[in-house]
Write a protein that binds this ligand. Structure first.
Ligand code: NDP
Length: 296
C-alpha cells in the first residue's frame, strides 16, 4: 500500500511549459524576437543524443528558437572553443548549452569556462557556482536539475524552511548545488557521499531527501523517516529482458518500498527528469529577458 503522495513531475513540468510558452509569445509581441538556445553536442553518444533531442523538441514546443550545433567526435579543443566564443557573440543566442560529457581529449573545464556568464543556462560556469555559494549574490542561472528538485518541492507545497534535508551525492552538477539551494531555502542540510559511513542513519533523520548517487534503488524503506519527502534524481539503466531495449530506468530510491513510508515521493521516470528540461527553458527565457532589457 502507498501512503506517499506521488509527485507528478511530468504534470508539473507541463504546467511550467505552458507558463513559458505564454511568456515567449509575450516577448515576441513586445520585442519582435524570441529567446534562442544553442544546444551543442559533440560526438554520437546515444544517451547524449537522446537528451539533446528532448531539449530541442521542448524548445520548439514553447516557441524558443533552438540553434542546433552538431559537432564531430574528433573536433579539436580549439575548434570547439571557437564555436562557443562565436555563440557568445551571436545576438540571436541567449543561452548556450554544451551537452556533457565531452570526449576525453577535450578539457571540459576550459569549455565551460568559455561560456558567457549571461548565456550560461546550465549554471555550470564556476563564477555562477561561486555566486550560488555566497550570501547576497545572484548567479545568472542555477543548474537545472537541482533547481527542478526545489521547484518540485515548492509546487507540491512541501515546506523547506526549518526542515532537515539530506542530499545523497555531491557532484558538481546535482548533489552539491542541490545542497546549496536547500540551504538558501533555509533548510538545515547534510550531504552524504560514497565515503560516508552508515549513510542510512543520516538519511533517516531527514524531512527532505534528495537522492543523486547514481546507485540503482539504493535507498530502502528503513532509510526513510515516516512522512519524509523523497526526491529521486537517479536515472540508472538496469537490465530487463522483458523490455524491448533490454533495460529499464530506475531511480536511486526503491520506489515500491519507500512509497509505503514516505509522505511524498517523486517517481523515475516522470519525476525530476521532465523538470530538468522545464528549468532549462526557464533559464533560457530569463537570460533572454535580461538581454532584451539591456537593449540587446
Ligand atoms: P556522479 O556519479 O557525478 O555523482 C554521484 C555522487 O553520488 C558522488 O558524489 C558520489 O560520491 C555519490 N555516491 C556514489 N555512490 C554512493 C553511495 N553508495 N552512497 C552515497 N553516495 C554515493 O553522478 P551525478 O551527480 O551526475 O548524477 C547522479 C544521478 O542522477 C545519476 O543516476 C544520473 O544519471 C542522475 N541524473 C539525472 C538527471 C535528470 O535530469 N533526471 C540529471 C543529472 C543526473 P563521491 O563524491 O564520494 O564519489
Amino acid at each position: 500500500a502507498s501512503v506517499a503522495q506521488i509527485i507528478d513531475g511530468k504534470a508539473i513540468a507541463k504546467a511550467i511549459h505552458q507558463e513559458i510558452a505564454e511568456e515567449v509569445a509575450q516577448l515576441k509581441e513586445q520585442h519582435g524576437k524570441v529567446p534562442g538556445l544553442a544546444v551543442v553536442i559533440v560526438g554520437e553518444r546515444k544517451d547524449s543524443q537522446t537528451y539533446v533531442r528532448m531539449k530541442r523538441k521542448a524548445c520548439a514546443e514553447v516557441g524558443i528558437n533552438s540553434i542546433n550545433v552538431d559537432l564531430p567526435e574528433n573536433i579539436s579543443q580549439e575548434e570547439l572553443l571557437d564555436q562557443v566564443l562565436e555563440l557568445n557573440e551571436n545576438p540571436d543566442v541567449h543561452g548556450i548549452l554544451v551537452q556533457l560529457p565531452l570526449p576525453k581529449h577535450i578539457n571540459e573545464e576550459a569549455i565551460l569556462n568559455a561560456v558567457g556568464l549571461d548565456k550560461d543556462v546550465d549554471g555550470f560556469h564556476p563564477l555562477n557556482i561561486g555566486k550560488l555559494c555566497m550570501k547576497g549574490r545572484e548567479p545568472s542561472s542555477i543548474p537545472c536539475t537541482p533547481k527542478g528538485c526545489i521547484e518540485l518541492l515548492k509546487r507540491s507545497k512541501i515546506p523547506i524552511e526549518k526542515k532537515k534535508a539530506v542530499v545523497v551525492g555531491r557532484s558538481n552538477i546535482v548533489g552539491m548545488p542541490a545542497a546549496l539551494l536547500l540551504m538558501k531555502n533555509d533548510a538545515t542540510v547534510t550531504v552524504v557521499h560514497s565515503r560516508t559511513p552508515e549513510p542510512q542513519d543520516i538519511v533517516k533523520e531527514a524531512d527532505i531527501v534528495i537522492a543523486a548517487a547514481g546507485q540503482p534503488q539504493m535507498i530502502k524503506r528503513d532509510w526513510i523517516k515516516p512522512g519524509a519527502a523523497v526526491i529521486d534524481v537517479g536515472t540508472n539503466a538496469v537490465s530487463d529482458p522483458s523490455k524491448k531495449l533490454g533495460y529499464r530506468i530506475v531511480g536511486d530510491v526503491d520506489f515500491e518500498e519507500v512509497k509505503t513510508v514516505a509522505g511524498w515521493i517523486s517517481p523515475v521516470p516522470g519525476g525530476v527528469g521532465p523538470m530538468t528540461i522545464a528549468m532549462l527553458l526557464r533559464n533560457t527565457v530569463d537570460c533572454a529577458k535580461a538581454a532584451f532589457a539591456s537593449g540587446a
